[in-house]
Design a protein around this ligand. Structure first.
Ligand code: BES
Ligand code: ZN
Ligand code: ZN
Length: 501
């Protein structure tokens, strides 16, 4: 989608006029450059009782030149970026290319830049489909274009906000692409290959892939044990943006769970909905998408990413309940359930991240069904050992409307997870209650401590985002910026967190 900003010039093929409630007369500029009959039709539509501007209301006016859509966004003072973005996304989903592909949005009186940009962002985010495996007619009509029209005073600010939204959306869409890829097409090494290809033409990016042999040399048996049951062997992928910048300062490290398919392994899952487990690498997809978004927006700081890639399959070579894993950290894990595999691979990823001397670590993982029970599809579960980091993540999420909801990291859960009779930690809690907190208590064991200048030891600031409920939409309605499948969740929030000082 090509995105531009201008004054009230062209009318496009489809003209969208978002309108506040109670507006019973065509606002200034609504009809600029429309021919006389179109202009009369629009003015009558505004004046009619059938359109009041309530949130979600829409009225189409058909003219010879273009389809004109009056779109209600509710009371002006109640408008939020979320309402704007969602209205833009829903409107986009209803459009058809039959009338042409040039969309014009006319922001008339009363719009501020933030809400205008969010409305356009909704359209940009929704302009996505995963149809590469479907036979389709040649799309002779070509891609959409989007022209945002506003008064001159707002044009520069709107132009940069919309362009930034577009650049960030390239990362969201990449994360969705990766999440939507079926597991026979996207397996651990293929993910590594795509990351290497992505880095090729980018000077300030480095990608390194540790293959199976290297994982063995390093002793990363958290990853190896989970992935060894599959013909597609595991790997660890390192992302480095601006590796030569801020050499001496500590920088963030973002870690992703990357199970390209989670069958459960020997503790196999039921068949219902198992296809969705191709999405169990969305944590890694978000890391990759985040790096794309940071690169596209020209972020100049240094940042590291680690994705832990494996396929969890049952086979003669698969790991089993009862096995003991020697992780990279030196700690051992008693496997009680092979379906609690995400935490095993993250054990190695988090320990490796700790070695990079990070300012903080954030991991993203479709980790537990339990977080979906707690928060549904509405919010990502946020666990952290550091209040300031946790608050920053919440603020970033609120800012871009990707909510992270704080969950407690209670010592009782850590105690459960460290009470194995034969190993240092166990990969399943003692019962089913608090499953997401159990998992977080497990992960915490693999975040290193460090000393401050006075020699005082404390754990590296770390946050764990359980995105099991927010990573995908299968017939759900929660995230209207997506039609179906992977959402690309947390790319926008983490981009905001990292780029806003
Ligand atoms: N990948 C799943 C969690 C999941 C569930 C993601 C639903 C997305 C949607 C994870 O590996 C898993 O199977 N977790 C188990 C852990 C249990 C065996 C301790 C769970 O949550 O049931
Ligand atoms: Zn699992
Ligand atoms: Zn899983």
């Amino acid at each position: 989608m090509k995105v531009t900003t201008s004054g009230f010039l062209e009318t496009g093929n489809i003209m969208v006029i978002p309108v506040f409630e109670g507006c019973n007369k065509a606002p200034n500029n609504a009809t600029t450059n429309l021919n006389r009959s179109a202009s009369i039709a629009v003015k009558s539509a505004f004046a009619s009782d059938s359109f009041t501007g309530k949130l979600g209301e829409s009225l189409s006016v058909w003219t010879k030149e273009c389809q004109i859509i009056l779109l209600g966004v509710g009371e002006k003072n109640d408008l939020t970026t979320k309402k704007s973005r969602d209205t833009g996304a829903k409107c986009f989903a209803s459009l058809s290319k039959n009338h042409g592909t040039k969309i014009v949005i006319r922001y008339t009186t009363g719009w501020n830049v933030k809400n205008m940009a969010a409305f356009a962002e909704g359209m940009i985010l929704r302009d996505y489909s995963f149809d590469k495996y479907q036979k389709k007619e040649d799309d002779k009509k070509g891609p959409w274009s989007l022209m945002c029209q506003t008064i001159e005073r707002h044009q520069d600010a709107l132009n940069s906000a919309v362009n930034r939204a577009y650049e960030i959306a390239t990362g969201v869409h990449l994360a969705r692409d990766l999440g939507n890829e079926p597991a026979n097409k996207l397996y651990p090494e293929e993910f590594g290959k795509r990351a290497l290809e992505w880095s090729k033409d980018k000077q300030n990016v480095e990608v390194e892939v540790w293959n199976y042999a290297r994982l063995k040399e390093e002793g990363m048996y958290g990853l190896i044990e989970v992935g060894k049951g599959s013909i597609h062997k595991p790997c660890m992928v390192f992302f480095r943006l601006n590796p030569s910048a801020n050499k001496d300062s500590e920088v963030p490290c973002i870690v992703g769970k990357g199970i390209t398919f989670d069958s459960g392994g020997i503790s196999i899952k039921g068949s219902a909905g198992m296809d969705e487990m191709k999405l169990d690498m969305h944590g890694s997809a978000t890391v990759f998408g985040l790096f794309q978004a940071l690169h596209a927006t020209g972020y100049e700081g240094r940042i590291n990413g680690i994705t832990c890639m494996a396929e969890n399959m049952p086979s003669a070579e698969a790991y089993r309940p009862g096995d003991v894993i020697n992780t990279y950290s030196g700690k051992t894990i008693e496997v009680l359930n092979t379906d609690a595999e995400g935490r095993n691979v993250l054990a190695d990823g988090l320990w490796k991240a700790s070695e990079l001397k990070p300012s903080y670590i954030i991991d993203l993982a479709t980790l537990t069904g339990s977080i979906v029970v707690a928060l549904g599809h509405e919010a990502t579960g946020l666990f952290s050992n550091n209040k300031a980091l946790s608050e920053k993540i919440q603020t970033a999420g609120d800012e871009v409307d990707e909510i992270s909801w704080p969950m407690p990291l209670l010592p009782a859960f850590e105690k459960q997870m460290t009470s194995s009779k034969i190993a240092d930690v166990r990969n399943q809690g003692k019962g089913r209650w608090g499953g997401a907190s159990q998992a977080a208590g497990f992960l915490k064991q693999f975040v290193q401590e460090r000393e401050d200048k006075e020699g005082k030891k404390s754990q590296i600031p770390w946050a764990h985002l359980d995105i099991a409920g927010t990573a995908g939409i299968w017939g759900g309605e929660t995230n209207v910026t997506v039609g179906h499948g992977a959402t690309g969740v947390q790319v926008r929030a983490l981009h905001y967190l990292i780029t806003q000082k």
